[in-house]
Design a binder for this molecule. Structure first.
Ligand SMILES: Cc1cc2nc3c(=O)[nH]c(=O)nc-3n(C[C@H](O)[C@H](O)[C@H](O)COP(=O)(O)OP(=O)(O)OC[C@H]3O[C@@H](n4cnc5c(N)ncnc54)[C@H](O)[C@@H]3O)c2cc1C
Length: 331
């Protein structure tokens, strides 16, 4: 048996995977979460952080990013292992367990799996302008991991959605100056954030796009162009942050031998797939009566986890009892 064998590995750290991690911790399982993105939260964080969600039990209205934050807090209660920026690529059977290999070459050993991959692995939408690929990670970034990296810098932010506007607002107080370009005159971001942006010292250029990034070893300039007149402006800058949304692909999971219906994994009433010890829950799965909602997805993952528990420990009951009757470690 492999020394680093987990009881359960959850592929996908969106709302469904997060609740699955909490629930598996509650059942005393050794839990790992793998996600391709640099942060947890799935669609809530990646696609609509500033939108209100109105159909979560107990929350008459909650911002998606706040819901994600609380779901992450709940998921971390039993301290699962979290592996970010790893896209699960291959699945192989080893004795009575599984080995998941990710695109970084890391191998994860596990007795059971719950695939909570939503619409698939998210990756930032890339821009094909001159110099962008050459400076990626060294002056050109898809998103922000460490705000301090941009302190005192002249920044160019590209995009018109919530992420672009939020980062412009978040970074101008620490940056030397911030320019935001967007290819349309209207921003997609939350109206209140756009109003705040217009009152801020951020320089806004619309409808402008990025033509090239230049510099000798480090980023020194960007050339942007008005997409109707083609007029160019050269901006002296130190870094570019591209917020162009995400693309999702189920990709490699499709070749794991799972029974599929279109882009979805077929499951039975216990959320079992056709592979032993492999379950699926949330947006990625399908069954009669399927609804793609967070409320139903978290129910599905409870069923999957409880069934997985009863498989790896035949003395364990499928029904765990009520959490209100249990003593839990502090948050
Ligand atoms: C604009 C918008 C508004 C919405 N509003 C609501 C609402 O009000 N109420 C509601 O209930 N639902 C709403 N939804 C739907 C809801 O967001 C989804 O049902 C929910 O996010 C599904 O959760 P999930 O965990 O199954 O998948 P996701 O949230 O998609 O998370 C899946 C995660 O798996 C990761 N992943 C996928 N493949 C791999 C791989 N191979 N390796 C590693 N990681 C991988 C992805 O990177 C992602 O982080 C909305 C959706 C959108 C787009």
């Amino acid at each position: 048996m492999h020394s680093d064998l987990y009881d359960i590995t959850i592929i996908g750290g969106g709302p469904v995977g997060l609740f699955g991690a909490f629930y598996a911790g509650l059942r005393g399982m050794r839990v790992k979460i793998i996600d391709s993105l640099p942060e947890l939260g799935g669609q809530l964080t990646a696609l609509y952080p500033e939108k209100y969600v109105y159909d979560m039990p107990g929350f008459p209205e909650v911002l998606a990013k706040d819901l994600a934050r609380e779901m992450i807090r709940q998921a971390m209660r039993f301290k699962p292992t979290v592996c970010l920026e790893e896209r699960a690529e291959t699945l192989t059977r080893t004795d009575d367990s599984w080995a998941i290999t990710t695109h970084t070459g890391q191998v994860h050993y596990t007795r059971t799996i719950v695939i909570c991959a939503g619409a698939g692995a998210f990756a930032p939408r890339k821009l094909n302008a001159e110099g962008v690929a050459a400076f990626e990670g060294n002056g050109v970034y898809y998103g922000v991991r460490e705000k301090s990296l941009f302190a005192g810098k002249r920044l160019l932010i590209v995009g018109g959605g919530d992420s672009a506007v939020d980062w412009a607002l978040n970074l101008y107080p620490i940056a030397q100056e911030v320019t935001l370009i967007h290819r349309r005159d209207e921003f997609r971001a939350h109206e209140q954030s756009v109003q705040e942006l217009r009152r801020s010292p951020v320089k806004i250029l619309t409808p402008y796009e990025l033509r090239r990034v230049c510099g000798d070893g480090t980023v020194e300039r960007a050339v942007v162009f008005h997409n109707k007149t083609q007029d160019e402006i050269e901006l002296p800058i130190d870094a570019v942050i591209l917020n162009l949304g995400f693309v999702a692909t189920l990709g490699p999971i499709k070749s794991w031998g799972l029974e599929l219906q279109g882009n979805q994994i077929v499951v039975d009433e216990y959320m079992r797939t056709n592979l032993p010890g492999v379950y699926a829950a949330g947006d990625v799965c399908t069954h009669p009566g399927k609804l793609k909602l967070i409320a139903t997805g978290v129910g599905e993952v409870c069923t999957a986890v409880n069934h997985a528990k009863s498989v790896i420990d035949p003395t364990a009951k499928m029904f765990p009892g009520h959490s209100s009757d249990m003593e839990l470690p502090a948050l």
